[in-house]
Design a protein. Structure first.
Length: 760
């Protein structure tokens, strides 16, 4: 192991338990210097950090204390120092010596590691073709230069091509709904517009824990204090509900669409819809109306019909429908959790339709009811990031015919297989109807063993592959299955740029310290690998030069001041309202759909010819619902929520954050009583896909019949294959929703108390 003494102060900081070193008291005579940077660890926010550095070591991290509106970091951002100097951080490249997943590696040089990777890329292409190479990248640290998908995509395209899965874990169902209905995936209004609402409906939305963009909670606080009525619909009584909501409506997971459609029934039945808006700006409402009223199938979608599905009393549904239709403007904030279900795309389409029925789209204080977490692309005018040439594999295989063509324009490029089918695709290959036999996997900014559904099956797929490369900062569950592990820098050890919102801003990630140990910035890794592959024209810029290039097209006039301040606030004369131009001037600003209007009926969806994707929003009962025969064996509905202490799998080993919120499964007291479970007892959570053992948290803050296991805890199987880390995806099903979304909140389980003799 390399001597930590090469980095002054690192060893002492680790040994002291990360004790703060205050300015003027740090070792040495010079005061701490302060570097401003932005945090964005895929937690839902992008916040300003003040990084104090002494003798090349971060001594403490504070956040924005400047003029309003402040970009204040959450607990994860303020705990970043423990992550940077974690004793388990990867220090040098590693080569596997034991069996996959065994965790046995030996240290190798960067030259040897990259020589091996380059040789394997060439070998696999020669023996199996470029489609046998899979590259998967996820959010990671959310920078534009180092963490973007284009960095490795460019390299792999230039060197012969690769297979890129499509689909986003968080909100693929929402993106499908938005493109089909609006013709755009950019549907979010700035949060300050909430203060112009008269009613705010938080549907499956918990920004206290998930941040959902910096300052969301601050604006909700102001809304609450100004008397704006707030209603929360969620299976859990979340902290957001407890702090902000005037009313909590618990709802059975996977049934949100039924409630939305029943609300539409009330609005239609009582003639409360904004018919003028529907006539002018939408197409297909009459078709939807026939379904809702029962003309299509003989089943009126009444509140009584929905009560039996959702467990929400019919009168509560009726009252909420009237309130939403008659209180204008109103903001229906559609959280993305309800879309991470089987047929979750119908929830997003139904929410948008309800917003159209009430005329709340494109107006101040309203909401387009798209995903309640997204950046506002129209607000940012920037230069280009690294370009990606055409992928030879796409030309060879063609585009899939089972998805909307515009779907992947926003982030990950094109792809041929949905990411949530990749486990099956790796296991079955061409014999299973997939476009290739997959042999090599390159993973960046992702922990797929943890975050792909059906973890045990994912492990089997990784065991079948010939070669795996993982770029990482820690020995995660995925890194344990790699052949080569490449240690990467943290956000404090490289230059980059981020985008923030509420209010919108560009964030400059300034390099605060030199890379620790032998870790390297991701762009540098790609540069060196490109050289090994003989790609002379891969990249001609440093990371700082890329930041300058990207900022060029913005309204930043003083680059050095931008770096000094850490952020550049984009000044708006008033809150940004999505689709305001389309509503105010429809002749010159049409929606991006084929009709140029909001498409409640989508011919694009109809043309897909998939009976599981109806062209109007419909309630389709999900698999593993309470009516599934499987419920007799596994009677509890599992939801896999996001918690305060982690950003997906990031921060899992940070001591300060582990103390904040011990990992446990939440269970209602009624369900715990029948199982003899007390608070803190070890329990077994299981179904046919796997087993987990962890403590139980007995609470009244979740509805009976539902259990909550926060996602992101690291997979740690024992010798019997039982996960002792609490990885929720051990239990979830690796089948995407028809539109490609991950149905991580559609899952039946059983929970049993573990006898004391069986806990070790």
């Amino acid at each position: 192991m390399r001597n930590r003494g090469h980095f002054p102060g690192v060893a002492s900081i680790i040994a002291s338990g990360m004790a703060d070193v205050s300015p003027g008291k740090a070792k040495g005579n010079d005061p701490d210097k302060i570097e401003y940077t932005t945090c964005s660890s895929h937690c839902g926010g992008s916040c300003l950090l003040k990084v104090y550095v002494k003798d090349g070591v971060i001594t403490r991290i504070e956040t924005d204390d400047g003029h309003e509106i402040q970009m204040r970091a959450c607990l994860k951002g303020r705990a970043q120092r423990q992550r940077v100097y974690a004793p388990d951080r990867l220090q040098y490249p590693l080569k596997r010596t034991g069996a996959r997943g065994e965790g046995k590696f030996e240290r190798v040089s960067w030259d040897e590691a990259l020589d091996i990777v380059a040789a394997e890329l060439k070998r696999v292409r020669k023996e199996h073709g470029p489609s046998a190479i899979v590259y998967w990248v996820s959010g990671g640290d959310q920078g534009i230069v180092h963490d973007t998908w284009s960095r490795m995509s460019r390299l792999l395209c230039l060197s012969g091509g690769f297979s890129q899965p499509w689909g986003v874990h968080s909100y693929e169902g929402g993106i499908f709904a938005e493109i089909a209905t609006y013709g755009s995936a950019w549907v979010s209004t700035t949060r300050d517009d909430l203060l112009r609402s008269r009613l705010i409906i938080l549907w499956g939305w918990n920004p206290i824990d998930t941040v959902c963009d910096t300052n969301t909670s601050w604006y909700l606080t102001q809304a609450r204090e100004s008397g704006i009525r707030i209603i929360s619909i969620d299976p859990r009584h979340t902290d957001t509900t407890a702090i902000f909501a005037d009313q909590w409506i618990p709802i059975r997971p996977g049934t949100d669409t039924a409630m939305l459609i029943a609300m539409a029934y009330v609005i239609i039945d009582e003639n409360l819809q904004d018919q003028a808006f529907l006539d002018k700006y939408t197409v297909g409402f009459d078709v939807f109306k026939e379904y809702v009223t029962g003309i299509e199938d003989g089943i009126p979608k009444t509140p009584q019909w929905a009560e039996g599905i959702t467990r929400v009393p019919a009168e509560v549904i009726r009252k909420l429908a009237r309130e939403y239709a008659t209180t204008k403007p109103a903001a229906l904030m559609a959280g993305i959790a309800a879309g991470r279900t089987a047929y979750g795309e119908q929830y997003h389409r139904a929410a948008i339709t309800l917003a159209a029925m009430t005329g709340n789209i494109g107006i101040a204080g309203g909401s387009a009811a798209g995903r309640a977490w997204s950046i506002h692309v129209p607000l940012y005018r920037m230069g280009s990031a690294m370009s990606v040439p055409p992928n030879p594999v796409d030309a060879e295989l063609g585009m899939p015919k089972d998805k909307l063509l515009a779907r992947n324009f926003y982030v990950y490029g094109t792809g041929n297989v949905n990411v949530f089918r990749m486990t099956d695709a790796i296991l079955k290959g061409k014999a299973g109807g997939y476009p290739a036999d997959y042999k090599m996997l390159y993973v960046s900014n992702a922990n797929i063993v943890n975050q792909w559904p059906n973890t045990n099956r994912t492990v089997k797929a990784l065991e079948k592959l010939e070669f795996i490369v993982v770029e990482e900062q820690f020995m995660t569950a995925t890194a344990r299955y790699a052949d080569i592990v490449l240690p990467t820098t943290t956000i404090f050890e490289r230059n980059d740029i981020t985008i923030g919102v509420h209010p919108p801003f560009l964030g400059c990630r300034n390099k605060a310290i030199e890379p620790l140990y032998e870790s390297k910035p991701q762009l540098q890794i790609a540069n060196e690998l490109a050289a090994k592959l003989g790609l002379a024209d891969y990249n001609d810029k440093t990371d700082d030069e890329w930041v300058k290039e990207i900022v060029k097209g913005s309204d930043v006039t003083d680059y050095e001041d931008f770096r000094k301040q850490g952020i550049h606030r984009i000044k708006l004369e008033e809150p940004y309202v999505a689709f305001s131009q389309e509503i105010q001037d429809p002749d010159n600003h049409r929606f991006g759909t084929p009709s140029g209007k909001i498409e409640i009926f989508s011919q694009q969806i109809a043309d897909l010819g998939n009976p599981k994707l109806p062209p109007i929003p419909k309630y389709v009962e999900p698999w593993e619902s309470v009516n599934d025969p499987l419920a007799s064996k596994y009677p509890l509905q599992l939801i896999t929520t996001h918690c305060k202490r982690r950003a997906h799998t990031q921060f899992e080993t940070v001591p300060w954050l582990r103390e904040l919120e011990p990992h446990a499964i939440r269970i209602n007291s009624a369900d715990s009583l029948t199982r003899g479970i007390k608070d803190g007892d070890l329990v077994k959570v299981f179904n046919d896909r796997g087993q987990i053992v962890l403590p139980a948290k007995v609470t009244e803050r979740i509805m009976p019949g539902v259990v909550d296991l926060p996602q992101g805890a690291w997979f740690k199987p024992d010798k019997d294959g039982v996960d002792r880390g609490g990885c929720a995806n051990v239990l979830t099903r690796d089948e995407p929703s028809p539109a490609g979304a991950m149905p991580s909140n559609t899952c039946l389980v059983q929970v049993e108390k573990v006898s004391s003799g069986a806990t070790r």
